[in-house]
Design a protein around this ligand. Structure first.
Ligand code: C2E
Ligand code: MG
Length: 711
């Protein structure tokens, strides 16, 4: 209908509104028409009577004319009121409808333009949270725009400095003040406006405005202001609902801590990116899989609030290295992912990853504690048409693991060779959890021998897994998988309890004398705040003398987390257990600090023992470590002794203890008991002629019936 009217030519806005039934004459117009009518009637009637000079009739006429004008004005005013109410109820219907349909803010503003005969309408919705933008929906000459804008001074001034002093609604005319009002009209290119606050339950959510564009000279009136004021609460409710919907929507697809896309949204974006890739002229896409190195350590030592702060800091730095339209997601814990679309080539993805690692080099301030963290990044390129989201993510995940294996803080791009590793690791991850609960894990014990006396003085407990499907899997393979999946704490607990129970059995009779037991700890166990308590409970429940328990920690733990590690170690020492540094010399800890550490034993790795009998420099190095241990009153264990000549060298250097296949391989508990009973024979053989190698025995792989089960 509006189209046909436009075609007929220029139509005055009042008539147009009357014809369309979208507007109504204003009281001012009603009054003008009424007065004009009255003046016309009076003029004609008065002139006729004056002509005939009849005073009484003239007076009667005047009375009639006045009452007629009164009746007409009343009638018109009542009509106006009725129309006004009609519009009000019409507007409310419209608003109620918008409550049900969240996409109609634009339509709602359109309707307001029609109701007020205006070319401009606007809703400003202030953000819920400081880091979000304000929502601005505008209709100008029938075109709707919706933007999100940073809340700057102007925007706040528009909403608060203009509306609040005016008791939450006002009429503005260009040049008529207040100053802020003028500035606001100028910013929007308006001649005048009527404006009201959007307030719900006393909270100002934003503002609602209807405005006259430059060519429109009709001013807004007090009635307009009242009408808009009447409509504003309804708009407020609509907006509130919209915000709620948006919040719910946001919560469903974003991570609440970092505000990044969550797994669901990320998957959706990747799926669409893969679809778009099929379009002609489209470039490839890639995903980066990022895992922070040792984040759990930060979380366990400094607490979760610091961990959260770190994740937020990492998020900010990650955003800095990607383009605004790249999707950054937090997939959970310390895992992030980035989708890069329109990729010129793999090198571009590598460059992004390297920029990120560079960004990470500066320390984060976590509640006053400076913390540096690295990350391992795996990249997968969507270079095959058949590629799915799951494919891509898995490949990036595998590449990330390869990066971790290569020494952390590195970037790796997936290649076909990694596929096998991927399949194996996935299988291990899936099977391990079941294996732990099904009792597929067990413990073997490798004797530790005092070199001087040739006596077995202790054993090292080593976790074993005979998988029903995959055969025997070594701890070097499954322990990292357990560490990554969090299972390590449970495995560690079970190994510890089993080893303690067994040590009690040996001490209580099977061996007839004390035998200490060494248990390996993973950093996640040691750094857990409850760990010392857990050890205390196990010692209490198994009745093992604490002095017979030796806990082995890795040297790298001391380097990376000195303060917390020290605290935890002291708590353990307070229980009466001893502490060993495993693989000593590999982790580059400061030897100077060694004297301050609450440790009792240094374990020298096999790599340093291998060439001790053949390489003079290696021999000198080993002699240095043994000398250091003696100076600091620490016992030294050489691990990985495979030959008699190595043993002789170690004895010459006055090394205290040794462990290795030449002495005995890891055995089941019964094997160790057997060895203990033959000890007298060995002792009788005298130092230098250990008899352990003669008794080496491994249970056949797969035959686990005789093995001590964990827990
Ligand atoms: P580790 O603590 O250094 O344990 C010594 C490793 O050296 C054992 O390997 C042992 O079998 C091996 N070994 C000992 N003597 C010789 C020798 O003469 N020649 C050779 N070639 N190897 C020798 P295993 O049992 O495979 O354990 C590997 C690593 O897995 C352990 O190294 C330890 O770091 C870890 N691990 C084992 N059990 C556990 C556990 O219960 N918890 C944790 N967190 N880690 C464990
Ligand atoms: Mg060890």
């Amino acid at each position: 209908m509006s189209v046909s009217i436009e075609r007929r030519g220029r139509v005055s806005p009042v008539i147009r509104r009357a014809v369309l039934g979208m507007g109504c004459p204003k009281p001012r117009q009603v009054r003008i028409v009424t007065v004009a009518l009255a003046v016309a009637v009076l003029a004609v009637g008065g002139w006729a009577l004056v002509e005939r000079a009849e005073t009484v009739e003239t007076l009667l006429f005047l009375a009639l004319a006045v009452s007629m004008v009164g009746v007409s004005a009343g009638y018109l005013s009542e009509r106006y009121q009725r129309r006004h109410l009609e519009h009000l109820s019409e507007s409310r219907d419209l608003l109620q409808q918008t409550v049900r349909s969240p996409l109609s803010v634009g339509a709602l503003l359109d309707r307001l333009c029609q109701i007020f005969g205006a070319g401009f309408a606007e809703v400003v919705v202030l953000p819920d949270a400081p880091d979000q933008g304000a929502l601005l929906v505008r209709v100008r000459d029938g075109r709707t725009t919706e933007t999100s804008e940073a809340v700057d001074e102007n925007l706040l001034a528009d909403v608060f400095s203009v509306i609040v002093p005016a008791s939450l609604s006002l009429v503005l005319r260009a040049g008529a003040g207040p100053m802020q009002g003028d500035a606001m009209l100028a910013r929007r290119g308006l001649r005048g406006a009527v404006m009201a606050a959007l307030a719900v339950e006393g909270r100002i959510l934003g503002s609602l405005m209807v405005g006259r564009c430059q060519g429109d000279l009709t001013p807004f009136t007090e009635e307009d202001r009242r009408l808009l004021e009447a409509l504003a609460p309804q708009v407020g409710v609509t907006v509130e609902k919209l915000r709620l919907d948006e919040r719910i929507n946001h919560q469903a697809f974003h991570d609440s801590l970092t505000g990044l896309a969550n797994r669901v949204l990320f998957a959706d974006r990747v799926v669409h990116a893969l679809e778009r890739r099929a379009e002609p002229g489209r470039l490839s896409a890639a995903i980066l899989f990022i895992d922070l190195d040792d984040f759990k350590v930060v979380n366990d030592t400094l607490g979760h609030p610091s961990g959260d702060l770190l994740l937020q800091g990492v998020t900010r730095r990650l955003r800095r290295v990607v383009r605004p339209f790249d999707t950054v997601a937090r997939l959970g814990g310390d895992e992030f992912s980035v989708l890069i679309e329109d990729l010129a080539g793999p090198a571009e993805a590598v460059a992004v990853a390297e920029r990120f690692l560079e960004e990470l080099t500066g320390a984060f301030d976590l509640h006053g504690t400076p913390v540096t963290i690295g990350a391992s990044v795996g990249i997968a390129i969507a270079d095959r048409p058949s590629m799915t989201y799951e494919h891509l993510l898995r490949e990036a995940d595998v590449a990330m693991y390869r990066a971790k294996e290569r020494g952390k803080a590195t970037v790796e791009t997936f290649d076909a060779g990694m596929q096998q590793t991927l399949e194996r690791r996935l299988r291990l991850k899936a099977d391990l959890e079941q294996a732990v609960s099904a009792g597929e894990l067990f413990v073997e014990y490798q004797p530790i021998v005092a070199l001087e006396s040739g006596t077995m003085v202790g054993v090292e407990a080593l976790a074993r897994w005979d998988s029903l499907g995959l055969g025997r899997i070594g701890p070097r393979e499954f322990i990292p998988v357990a560490e990554a999946s969090g299972l390590i704490r449970e495995i560690g607990r079970q190994v510890l309890r089993t080893a303690c129970e067994q040590a009690v059995r040996w001490s209580a009779g099977e061996a007839g004398r004390d035998l200490s037991v060494s248990v390996n700890l993973s950093p996640r166990q040691l750094l857990h705040p409850d760990f010392a308590e857990e050890v205390a409970t196990i010692l209490r429940e198994t009745y093992l003398s604490p002095s017979l328990l030796n806990l082995e920690i890795t040297e790298s733990l001391l380097v990376e987390n000195t303060a917390t590690t020290l605290e935890r170690l002291r708590a353990l020492k307070d229980l009466g257990v001893t502490i060993a540094i495993d693989d000593f010399g590999m982790g580059y800890s400061s030897l100077g600090e060694l004297k301050f550490l609450p440790v009792d034993v240094l374990k020298i790795p096999k790599a340093f023992v291998d060439n001790v009998a053949t390489d003079e420099r290696e021999r000198a190095f080993l002699a240095g470590i043994i000398g250091l241990g003696r100076t600091l009153d620490l016992r030294v264990v050489a691990v990985g002794v495979e030959r008699a000549d190595q043993l002789d060298e170690l004895r010459d250097m006055s090394c205290d203890l040794a462990q290795g296949f030449h002495l005995a391989a890891p055995l089941d508990a019964a094997g160790v008991t057997g060895l203990l009973s033959s000890q007298t024979v060995s002792s009788a053989a005298g130092p230098g002629q250990p008899a352990w190698n003669a008794i080496q025995s491994r249970p056949p792989i797969g035959d686990t019936s005789a093995l001590p089960r964990i827990a």
